[in-house]
Design a protein. Structure first.
Lengths: 255, 330
């Protein structure tokens, strides 16, 4: 399926997800390799978000499907387990607790604590500060102890993204990370995704914006109505060709 | 007017945002105490009134602490008065049955309280029921169960008056009732957990954005269940203290806790919308509420004024919190 000699970080075998009688995903087979950026595109309701939720462990697949991590079939899959295996997600709704501080959000579910579970605030604050500086999200107005509801949309996304790389993540999924963002902010996010690739991480990038999706991708996966209808490396496909391809599937869908 | 606004702004900026609710509650408490002292100096400048208030204040504080947790977790618990009663019954009954064996009676009471909280937690998190209605129903059920089990008896415990445990728990340490020290200790522990422990963060996230918590691998259901159990535990402690103070069990022991304790949470500056809360504020809020109950009467006003004063305090303190700490709703 893919030329990469590495073993996939995540493989999905025959994964389906139905809500009542409606299939959000149907018989999905996909492999995600290290150091590869996969642009996952498709119309609203094509199943993109459901797919990321299954990989990130927040949604269970229907029985019969298999999630394979590093060539090893996983039994009970959960958000905590996914994170332990280096799979981090930046959710569409940003998954931030807005009334908590930035550092508490960065370390949410992974708090640095002493033996008794008390949080080492100094260490968390220092690491958050270093992280924010590293990715260029600096501001005079707020610091790691500010609450998230003080931040702009782009800054919030910065918190969510920096959380995804802070830990030993190997696969980062970004679900519509640039939606509702100013152009300059979106450009920063795109730059950031390239940095992830340079660092050897695998990225699944979901976007409504075909230019963004084309720009960052090594490989395209197109979903339509819960099925994979296209899966190939980018090669030398131009942005125009890519958009034409998307239109082709969209039109087919209407017939 | 405008300079006044500018001034409040300046004062506000001196205080870090997280501490504003506590400061707001403290300022309100001080103003109230000044009013009491001015109106009845002969009462409020003597030690007696404080000793009297410090007898009952810790009981409200202990159970109120756990209510800060549940409010921050975005849920509510109205069943704690009945948990106070039923775990007080468990305590008294075990003492009577075992010939005053505190080593059995205290765990029996704590377990009863925790079990009630656990049931609340399961109903809310597993069945997805509204905590308001579940615990309202639970309150009726447990009041009924307490009456059924107790069978109309008032249980006097005259022989505990000279027990050592009673002296340690509710005796006098100098001019201060021992329970003040206990409630202070519990407040410090629960304050550290709420503001500095992983569990406290998860509680607040559960009330603010449970989806965010789940996505990051936090077990929101378990967190909420543990908070309901904590309420059971604290209610049981309050019940034990109440029995020891009165040397008597009566089935209506939990009555009179519901509204003052909830008021203490909000007067203390914990917003009703969940996601945050303040333990320091609760300690001050509980003091405010208990001082009003006693103070209105002590100030020479008719007892009928208590509720009225109470209402004014709640409304004014909320207005104050809003101006001082910003919006309390999201």
């Amino acid at each position: 399926m893919n030329q990469s000699a590495d073993t996939p970080i995540v493989s999905l075998h025959n994964v389906s997800k139905s809500f009542g009688r409606v299939f959000a995903l149907e018989g999905i087979n996909l492999d995600f390799y290290p150091g590869q950026i996969v642009s996952l595109v498709g119309d609203n309701g094509a199943g993109k978000s459901t797919l990321t939720k299954i990989i990130s462990g927040t949604e269970d697949p229907d029985s019969g499907g298999e999630i394979i991590i590093d060539n090893e079939k996983v039994g009970k899959w959960s958000a905590a387990r996914a994170r332990n295996r280096g799979i981090e997600t930046v959710h569409q709704n940003r998954a931030l607790s807005e009334q908590q501080s930035i550092y508490a959000n960065v370390f949410l579910g992974r708090e640095k604590t002493n033996r008794f579970g008390f949080v080492s605030r100094k260490a968390e604050i220092a690491e958050t500060e270093a992280l924010m500086r590293k990715i260029g999200y600096t501001s005079k107005v707020w610091n790691p102890t500010s609450t998230v509801n003080k931040l702009s949309g782009g800054e919030r996304q910065g918190v969510a993204i920096s959380r995804a790389i802070l830990f030993e993540s190997r696969l980062v999924m970004l679900d519509e990370p640039t939606t509702a963002m100013a152009l300059s902010e979106a450009a920063e996010v795109i730059e950031f995704i390239r940095d992830l690739k340079k660092a050897g991480k695998s990225v699944i990038f979901i976007s409504h914006n075909p230019w963004d999706a084309h720009m960052v991708a090594d490989r395209f996966v197109i979903l339509e109505r819960g099925k994979v209808v296209y899966d190939a490396p980018k090669g030398d496909m131009s942005a125009d060709d890519f958009i034409a391809l998307l239109h082709k599937f969209a039109k087919k869908d209407q017939l | 007017m405008s300079t006044e606004v500018a001034k409040t702004k300046k004062i506000k900026e001196l205080i870090p945002e997280v501490y504003r609710p506590v400061f707001g509650a403290a300022i309100f408490f001080v103003l109230m105490m000044v009013a009491f002292i001015v109106s009845a100096p002969e009462v409020f400048l003597t030690v007696g009134i404080y000793t009297a208030i410090f007898l009952s204040l810790p009981l409200f504080t202990i159970v109120g602490l756990s209510l800060v947790y549940i409010t921050a977790a975005g849920e509510i618990d109205l069943s704690f008065p009945s948990i106070i009663a039923i775990s007080a019954l468990a305590f008294t009954w075990t003492l009577q049955q075992t010939g005053m064996n505190f080593g059995l009676a205290i765990p029996a009471s704590l377990l009863t309280g925790c079990a009630c909280g656990w049931v609340n937690g399961l109903l809310v998190t597993r069945l997805g029921l509204s905590s308001l209605i579940t615990t309202l129903g639970m309150n009726f059920a447990l009041v009924g169960l307490t009456n059924i089990l107790n069978n109309g008896v008032v249980r006097g415990l005259t022989d505990i008056n000279d027990s050592k445990i009673r002296a340690i728990l509710v005796g006098s340490w100098g001019p201060m009732p021992a329970q003040m020290f206990w409630s202070t200790g519990i407040a410090i522990i629960l304050g550290l957990i709420f503001h500095r422990h992983r569990f406290g963060i998860h509680v607040k996230v559960a009330g603010d954005n449970p989806e965010a918590g789940r996505a990051m691998g936090v077990n929101i259901e378990r967190t909420k269940t543990l908070v309901f159990i904590l309420i059971g535990l604290c209610s049981s402690l309050t019940g034990i203290f109440a029995v020891l103070l009165n040397s008597t069990f009566f089935p209506t022991m939990g009555d009179g806790y519901l509204l003052p304790t909830l008021a203490a949470v909000f007067v203390g500056g914990t917003p009703v919308t969940g996601g945050k809360g303040t333990i320091g504020g609760l300690v001050i809020g509980a003091a405010t509420v208990v001082f009003i109950q006693t103070g209105v009467v002590a100030a020479g006003l008719d007892g009928y004024w208590t509720s009225f004063g109470f209402g004014l305090v709640i409304v004014f303190s909320l207005i104050g919190h809003r101006r001082f700490s910003g919006k309390l709703t999201r």
